[in-house]
Write a protein that binds this ligand. Structure first.
Ligand code: NAD
Length: 353
């Protein structure tokens, strides 16, 4: 198994180092893993003048899976748009054809107090959001800012082809089959033609999955229901922009953005695995970041790309154990628990493993 390790910027190198410790421990135990590191994002720009250097893309293409930290930082915000770190991320997703983004929102019982919602509303929460990642208004053409009738206008194009919707539908139905067999498709078909097509294709694909109960919800209602009664959801599937927003909202239900992993898959289950949070420049370089989302991303790598469910469970159980032991980085710390650094948390997970 070849893993391309792309730490990126800000806290990226610190949190990825902890995930690499976990992979090293598995290797010491006999796992056949090769790892190679390359720069991406601002680090890519600094090293090669490109947020996705050619050599990094080649390494990622040749690997079985990619482990990514995070990209971005205020020092890069004034670069020309194509040179900005986030463009490197969008490009690698597109180049590797990673069209299905899996974002679990899961609440550890010990962290119910860290959620902004009442414990009874969120305890036992276990949602999987499947977000389409390579289409929609983020990629649709035409796009731009131009002068019309003497003033500037900005415009983007929301666009989905039926094949794009169909392939993400199959991923979502497949995941729903392995979970609670309930899939909620989220769109805005009352206003948008693009959503109307999305809904039609979802209904077509659902005929191949008669065991899964498919429901439909407008995105504004879905945002409300996620806050009002999130446990009604099992698996959700939605387009790129709606999924971007809803999955961030869902992540806060579980307390900390530092706890949640993600996977982005292509048609052959090759994947890029990364925490959902960004590069957290406010705490970068201080050994304060929570590495658990990145470590849990490695568990997802074992589950979805390596199809080694036993090792995936083993990593997740090690994380559960350190949380149950009361170890907390600053973002999830509460009175009565033990505050640890990023590297101490990594060491504790390795010990629990
Ligand atoms: P962010 O996720 O980096 O940070 C939001 C808040 O959460 C900050 O207070 C931060 O300290 C905290 N936080 C995030 N991850 C944490 C962790 N592991 N442990 C403890 N606390 C954590 O989002 P932002 O501040 O909006 O963006 C900062 C930079 O990250 C920007 O340049 C943005 O473009 C980039 N970004 C990158 C990605 C990515 O690489 N996938 C995603 C989102 C934002």
């Amino acid at each position: 198994m070849k893993i391309a390790v792309l730490p990126g910027d800000g806290i990226g190198p610190e949190i990825v180092a902890q995930a690499v410790k976990v992979l090293d421990a598995l290797r010491a135990d006999g796992a056949k893993i090769e790892m190679e590191t390359a720069p991406i994002g601002g680090a890519g720009y600094d090293a090669a003048g490109d947020p996705l250097p050619e050599a990094t893309l080649k390494l990622a293409r040749d690997a079985d899976a990619v482990l990514l930290g995070a990209v971005g930082g205020p020092q890069y915000d004034t670069l020309d748009r194509p040179l900005r770190p986030e463009r490197g991320l969008l490009r690698i997703r597109k180049e590797l054809n990673l069209f299905a983004n899996l974002r679990p929102a899961l609440l550890y019982p010990e962290l119910a107090g860290a959620s902004s919602l009442k414990p009874e509303v969120v305890s036992g929460l276990d949602i999987m959001i499947v977000r389409e990642l390579t289409g929609d208004v983020y990629f649709g053409q035409p796009r731009g800012i131009e002068v019309r009738n003497g003033e500037r206008v900005g415009f983007n194009t929301m666009l989905y082809s039926e094949s794009e919707v169909r392939r993400v539908a199959h991923v979502a139905f497949g995941i729903a089959m392995k979970r609670g067999r309930k899939l909620c498709s989220v769109e805005k078909a009352n206003v948008l033609e693009c959503s109307e097509l999305w809904k039609e294709v979802m209904i077509e694909v659902s005929k191949q999955y008669p065991e899964v109960e498919l429901s439909h919800m407008y995105v504004d209602n879905a945002a409300m229901q996620l806050i009002r009664a999130p446990k009604q959801f099992d698996t959700m599937v939605t387009g790129n922009i709606f999924g971007d927003i809803l999955s961030d909202a869902a992540s806060m239900l579980s307390g900390s953005i530092g706890m949640l992993p993600s996977a982005s898959l292509d048609e052959h289950n090759k994947g890029m695995y990364e925490p959902i949070h960004g590069s957290a420049p406010d705490i970068a370089g201080r050994n304060l970041a929570n590495p658990l989302a990145t470590i849990l991303s490695v568990a997802m790598m074992y589950r979805y790309t390596f199809a080694d469910l036993a090792t995936a469970d083993r990593i997740e159980n090690a994380v559960k154990k350190v949380v149950a032991q009361g170890l907390r980085t600053g973002d999830i710390w509460t009175e009565g628990t033990r505050k640890v650094s990023c590297s101490e948390m990594g060491d504790a997970v390795v010990a629990a493993l």
